[in-house]
Each structure stands twice: as C-alpha cells, then as structure tokens.
Design a protein around this ligand. Structure first.
Ligand SMILES: [Fe+2]
Length: 79
C-alpha cells in the first residue's frame, strides 16, 4: 500500500483533525513529482529541482508534519 494512502486511511479511521491539510501536502508533493517527471521525459535537466523538492519534503513534511501525528496514532493503538 502506498505510504500516503496508508497515512490518510488511518487519519480518516481515527478522525485526525489535520487530515485535510496533511492530505493537501501529499497531493501537492505528488503533483510536483509528476511535473518533474514530465519535464524529465521531455529531456529537461531536473536534477537540482528534484534535490530541492526532496530536501524540502524531508525537512518539512517527514521531520515535522509526519512526526506531529505520531502521538495521535499511538493514542489509538497504532505504531
Ligand atoms: Fe505524510
């Protein structure tokens, strides 16, 4: 199962109040990745843009936004 889908499914199941904002970040990231893929397939050099996107995603989403839900899910017996 896709990691984003799993997170969003757990948020819905347990009523995580940040679900909509969190899902919006997933959707925005996915859209940016798809845009980079399209640019790459057209022969564009997307190396630096890809690195910047991944760096930003790690620093903001994975290390902050994802960590924020851990206490909530633990309180519901997950993780
Ligand atoms: Fe997430």
């Amino acid at each position: 199962m896709n990691h984003f889908v799993l997170e969003e499914e757990l948020f819905l199941r347990f009523g995580y109040e940040e679900n909509a904002a969190h899902k919006a970040e997933h959707d925005g990231f996915t859209a940016k990745v798809m845009q980079l893929l399209l640019q790459y397939e057209k022969g564009e050099n997307v190396g630096m843009d890809t690195m910047e996107l991944l760096k930003s995603w790690l620093q903001h989403h994975i290390l902050k936004v994802d960590r924020a839900y851990v206490p909530f899910l633990k309180a519901h017996g997950v993780a």
